[in-house]
Each structure stands twice: as structure tokens, then as C-alpha cells.
Write a protein that binds this ligand. Structure first.
Ligand code: GTP
Ligand code: MG
Length: 361
């Protein structure tokens, strides 16, 4: 039997021989979708770190606090030195690679929020295929609310390498999920609707959908879409995570700034440079939203705050209070910016907004 790499190689060989014109668009789209699916298969096996628990073999960490930040970087970038600086953790630091072999959690209290930080083993090339506990490491990254992607001044190239591993394992950094609505049905074939003029024709979109096992239903495109983003929309294991980029050990090479483009935070974890700025950037990137709980029969006030993350829903608020609480509540009412009138009853899917007051019943 052919390995996944060999199967991809075969399809790529066919694609190289296929002329590009209108009549072959659908076929080419389907073949590329097939490659995307094979790549998905290749990275299967890393369990997800989710609310509650996840991971395996020393990688089982409960998400705690208001948000979870994962430190990603090549071995010896200084991840453990940094977590020790930011939190109460005591993660082992040493001048050789793979000092850290499991997940080490720590808690940073900043403003009103408790931010869980996870130190993990270094990420190396081939991680997405399982090298150096890569699958476990990437599965932890998938559960993050924010990634801090760090390297040191002497290895700036590691940023693109980390990016490749993360992307290859289904993680999408600093992008919104594709605005594609999928309404699967059991029969009737596929229908494509678009609110934007697309470069990909509808037949090709259907071919791609079928390749992902979507045979019946409606697909509505609410953005001008690329083929890659269409694959993302149809794949089940994509994760969209914000990230900030950090360059450590700036004490070793004060001239580091000259060659680097893009936005990053420069620090020295062991000389204590840039740490306050990094905390600020983490806080900003996490996009916290504070909402207030209002008990039944009590006038709304701001005495009972809960820190949430932008994009969370009222259901997430209830879950954060506790699974039993969430299960027992059937009605939710709100006051604030998104309420049409005070104490409006809304759906549990309503997104949280800063200052919102919430009553569960
Ligand atoms: N010069 C300098 N050295 C640092 C700095 N931060 C960490 N180091 C050193 O870099 C080496 C590696 O640090 P660690 O914190 O163990 O690195 P790590 O990223 O956790 O490494 P792994 O667990 O192996 O992936 C140690 O010798 C640290 O003392 C820094 O800001 N400047
Ligand atoms: Mg370490």
C-alpha cells in the first residue's frame, strides 16, 4: 500500500500533466482537495487540548483561568526561562535542547485576569509528522486562546519554520475562519450561493465539497474565497488562533533590529528586558471582555464580573460558571449595548460584549 506521501506524489504528478483550462478546473480543484485531505489524515492522532482536559502522556493539562497561552518555539529559545519569569512555575532551564519534555503550567495574574501559560517542549521541523513529540505539542497549541511564538536573536528563521509546522497541522494564525455557511442535507445534491463575485466557478466548488465528503446541501460564500480557504472551510480539524511573535535573548545581539520585518516583541527573559511590554501585548491580544452576572430578583449591577474572550457566547459564560449551572439554565436575559431594551431575552449563542449584564434563569 502506498504511504500518504507517495499518494500525494502521485496526485501531484497527475496535476503536473493536466492542462489548465475551463473544462479541467473542477478536476484540478478536486485533486488539490484530495491532497489537502491526505495531509489532514497525516496529522490525525494528536488529541486536542480542550476546555476541561485533553492531550495524553504528560500532556494532559486542564485549562484554567480566564485564558490559556501556549509558548511555542524551537528548543532552547528560552520558553522555560520566560514562563518562570511570568508566573509561579518552576520549569527546568538548561543550555541543551529538549530540556522540557512535558507541559508545565503557570498562572499569570494581570489586571483582573488570570492567564494560564503553558510551557511545552521545543517544536522542531517534522513536528507535524510526529518528530520530537510534535503531535502532542501541536495538539496543546490547538487548544490555546493565544500562541506566543518565540525564537531567539540568532534564529530568526525559526519563525517561518514554526509557521510551517503550525499551518501544516491545521492551525491558522491571526486569520478569521472562512465565512462559509454549510447547510448539509441528506439528498438533493449541492447548491452554491455567493454574495461575492468568485474566481472559482460553482462546479469546481461542488467538486471540492464532494471530495471532502459533502454531497448534499447548500454552501453559502460570504467572502471572496481562495481555494486554500475553501479547503479550510470544509475540513473539520482547522483551528483559528491569534498569535504574537517574540524574539528572546536580545542581550546577546543588540543589533538584532536591522534585519527583521514584521511585528514582534523583543525581550531578554533572563536579563528581564521587555517583559512588561510582553505582558501588555499578551493582554491586548487576548481581547478580554468583562461581563457581569445579575442574580434573579436583583437589580443589575457591576458587582459580579466574569472575564471572557471576544467571540465567546452567553453559553460559554454559563459553561465557565460550571457545567451543572449551564445544564440547568434555559433562559438568558441581558442589559447593555446589544440589548434592544433592558432585560431582553436572547439566544445562548449571542456573543458577549464589554459591559454586558447577564441573568440566567
Ligand atoms: N543570553 C540569554 N540566554 C537566555 C535568555 N533566556 C534564556 N536563556 C538561556 O537559553 C538556554 C535555554 O533556555 P530554556 O529556557 O531552557 O529554553 P527552552 O526554550 O525552554 O528549551 P527546551 O525546553 O529545550 O525547548 C538556557 O541556557 C537559558 O539560560 C536570554 O534572554 N538571554
Ligand atoms: Mg523548556
Amino acid at each position: 500500500m502506498l504511504t500518504i506521501d507517495e499518494q500525494i506524489e502521485e496526485i501531484e504528478a497527475v496535476l503536473r500533466k493536466t492542462p489548465h483550462h475551463k473544462a479541467t478546473n473542477g478536476f484540478i480543484g478536486a485533486m488539490r482537495a484530495k491532497i489537502a485531505r491526505l495531509r489532514d489524515k497525516q496529522m490525525d492522532g494528536g488529541a486536542l487540548l480542550r476546555q476541561g482536559s485533553g492531550g495524553q502522556g504528560g500532556f494532559t493539562v486542564k485549562k484554567q483561568g480566564d485564558a490559556t497561552v501556549v509558548l511555542i518555539g524551537p528548543p532552547s529559545a528560552g520558553k522555560s526561562t520566560l514562563i518562570n519569569k511570568l508566573t509561579n512555575a518552576e520549569s527546568k532551564v538548561a543550555p541543551y535542547a529538549f530540556t522540557t519534555v512535558t507541559v508545565v503550567p503557570g498562572m499569570l495574574k494581570y489586571n483582573e485576569a488570570y492567564i494560564q501559560i503553558l510551557d511545552i517542549p521545543g517544536l522542531i521541523e517534522g513536528a507535524k509528522e510526529g518528530k520530537g513529540k510534535g503531535k502532542e505539542v501541536l495538539s496543546v497549541a490547538k487548544g490555546a486562546d493565544l500562541l506566543v511564538i518565540m525564537t531567539d536573536v540568532k534564529r530568526i528563521g525559526a519563525f517561518s519554520q514554526m509557521y510551517k509546522e503550525l499551518t501544516g497541522s491545521g492551525i491558522r494564525i491571526n486569520v478569521d475562519p472562512p465565512k462559509v455557511l454549510l447547510d448539509k442535507k441528506t439528498s438533493g445534491g449541492l447548491e452554491v450561493f455567493s454574495n461575492f463575485k468568485q474566481n472559482i466557478d460553482k462546479e469546481t466548488i461542488k467538486e471540492i465539497a464532494r471530495e471532502f465528503g459533502i454531497k448534499n446541501g447548500t454552501i453559502t460564500l460570504n467572502e471572496k474565497i481562495t481555494q486554500e480557504r475553501l479547503f479550510d472551510a470544509f475540513s473539520v480539524n482547522r483551528v483559528y488562533v491569534p498569535a504574537i511573535f517574540v524574539i528572546n535573548k536580545v542581550d546577546e545581539k543588540p543589533s538584532y533590529k536591522e534585519k527583521i520585518d514584521g511585528e514582534f516583541v523583543a525581550i531578554s527573559a533572563n536579563k528581564d528586558l521587555g517583559i512588561d511590554e510582553l505582558k501588555k501585548e499578551i493582554w491586548k491580544a487576548l481581547q478580554f471582555v468583562t461581563v457581569y452576572l445579575v442574580k434573579p430578583f436583583v437589580d443589575p449591577d457591576f458587582n459580579d464580573p466574569i472575564v471572557m474572550i471576544e467571540g465567546n457566547t452567553l453559553k460559554d459564560v454559563a459553561e465557565k460558571i460550571g457545567p451543572d449551572f449551564a445544564a440547568s439554565k434555559k433562559i438568558v436575559k441581558i442589559w447593555g449595548k446589544s440589548a434592544k431594551f433592558p432585560e431582553q431575552e436572547v439566544s445562548f449563542e449571542t456573543p458577549v460584549l464589554e459591559g454586558m449584564q447577564i441573568r440566567f434563569l
